[in-house]
Design a protein around this ligand. Structure first.
Ligand code: ZN
Length: 150
């Protein structure tokens, strides 16, 4: 690796750290929904993170609204914020593919590309295995909602 690559990588790390920090400080859709079809709570005992996700799914299987509430580390809370931004107005099937892809990349080091910039920012947690559960908490919680719906 050339030194130019190193500089680029550290700048990228900084950029991604900033993305996570921004989501943590100013989360998207951190609110209780007035009407929703499903609600589920996720807990990560390793870190003490808690996430409650509420979604409204239309009869056609489209996620028309999503909100989260929670407490915990910046990774878990930023990840939930990123989740709400990405899944809104997508179908349950589309979102399941995104979840599978994201989990594969984080957990099994599967090669793949994340098509959303904010999600790519979370890929850096691979370097800190203990934080992978923090990053995945909201996604696993959403997946559990999908399983309950089936
Ligand atoms: Zn955590």
């Amino acid at each position: 690796m050339s030194s130019a690559d190193n500089i680029e990588n550290s700048e990228l790390d900084e950029l991604y750290t900033q993305v996570i920090f921004d989501h943590y400080k100013n989360p998207v859709n951190k609110r209780a929904l007035e009407g929703f079809t499903n609600e589920h709570r996720g807990f990560n005992p390793l870190c003490g993170d808690e996430i409650i996700i509420q979604i409204n799914v239309s009869e056609l299987g489209l996620i028309t609204d999503v909100g989260f509430q929670g407490t915990g580390c910046s990774i878990s809370q930023a990840s939930a914020s990123i989740l709400t931004k990405i899944v809104k107005d997508k179908s349950v099937e589309e979102v399941q593919i995104i979840i599978d892809n994201f989990r594969g990349i984080l957990e099994s080091n599967k090669k793949g590309s994340l098509q959303f910039d904010d999600l790519r920012a979370l890929e850096g947690v691979k370097k800190f295995p203990i934080r992978i559960k923090c990053a995945l908490l909201s996604w696993v919680t959403l997946e559990e909602i999908f399983e309950i719906r089936r």
